[in-house]
Ligand binder design. Structure first.
Ligand code: 7PM
Length: 275
């Protein structure tokens, strides 16, 4: 089987297509997930060239409130089962909750994407036991309040140091180094200047020796630079940053707009691989 975190030299970055299953997407407002619509959307992302589908049922947006384990499972587990019936595409579960990770992997997800870097009780041990690939992300603070007063002396070195410590903790907990990917966490407890500085220095994260995942698609840092463009006007900005990230050796691009990103990435890879 092809491994999710396997990147032979010269191979393009992988595209992780985002499937948000929260009250404002593929849901009637909380209780009922519109499974058919969500499945069609997944099918579309697969046809457009997604390599991984990232399913999240916990809104991690700035200011978001907590969701219970039961509610989060109700949102994502039936969908994981349904995707498994139509495709063997790798599925990552975007969650910070140990029980959701466990249920999702049991249902057929094959990767854990945790914006909280496996810091919940039992999360690291579970990932070690299940032997699945993980993405550990940096966040300053907690989702509800993280954008209030982000503060760093040096954002690049502090984010790097945090990731280094979490990598060591993962390895100590028995997670295979080949199963770890890292993410600086754009927008998670960072001002516009912090986000831009992290992006400019993305190359430096290669020093950690693990595949880098970048998630900037439609994020507010793009809106801010584009004179407060709303989320539905951030496509071109998202493509620009996805291309720059791939140029700077990011290995996984977490995106909403799969087709546009795949095309941009093809050009990026063609230029990268020429002598
Ligand atoms: C609403 C607002 C819903 C913002 C979701 C979000 C990342 C992630 C997210 C990321 C990794 C979004 C965020 N962002 N996982 N999950 N890296 N690894 O903009 O940057 O998609 S949720």
């Amino acid at each position: 089987m092809k491994e999710i975190l396997d990147f032979p030299s010269g191979s393009p970055a992988k595209i992780m297509g985002i499937l948000n299953v929260t009250p404002d997407s593929f849901s009637d407002g909380g209780l009922f997930v519109k499974k058919e619509a969500a499945l069609n959307y997944v099918q579309k992302m697969i046809l457009e060239g997604a390599d991984i589908i990232d399913i999240g049922g916990e809104s991690t947006r700035p200011g978001a409130n907590d969701v219970s384990v039961d509610e989060e499972c109700r949102r994502v587990i039936p969908l994981i089962n349904a995707i498994r019936e139509i495709s063997d595409i790798p599925i990552s579960i975007d969650t910070s909750k140990t029980q959701v990770m466990q249920q999702a992997i049991l249902a057929g997800a094959s990767m854990i994407n945790d914006v909280n870097a496996l810091q919940a009780d039992g999360a690291m041990a579970l990932a070690a036991e299940l032997k699945v690939p993980v993405c550990i992300m940096h966040m300053q603070g907690k989702p509800r309040t993280m954008q209030h007063t982000p503060s760093y002396k040096n954002v690049v070195s502090e984010v790097k140091e945090f990731l280094l410590q979490r990598i060591e903790a993962c390895i100590d907990a028995g997670i295979n180094k080949n199963n770890i990917s890292i993410d600086p966490g754009f927008g998670f407890g960072k001002s516009l200047e912090h986000n831009l500085s992290l992006f400019k220095h993305l190359n430096e994260f290669s020093e950690l020796g693990l595949p880098l995942l970048v998630g900037v698609s439609r994020k507010s840092m793009i809106g801010a630079v584009l004179n407060d463009a709303p989320a539905d006007q951030r496509l071109y900005g998202s493509i620009a940053l996805a291309t720059l990230a791939a140029w700077m050796d990011a290995k996984i691009l977490r995106v909403h707009d799969v087709k546009a990103t795949v095309d941009a990435l093809k050009l990026c890879t063609a230029v990268k691989n020429i002598d």
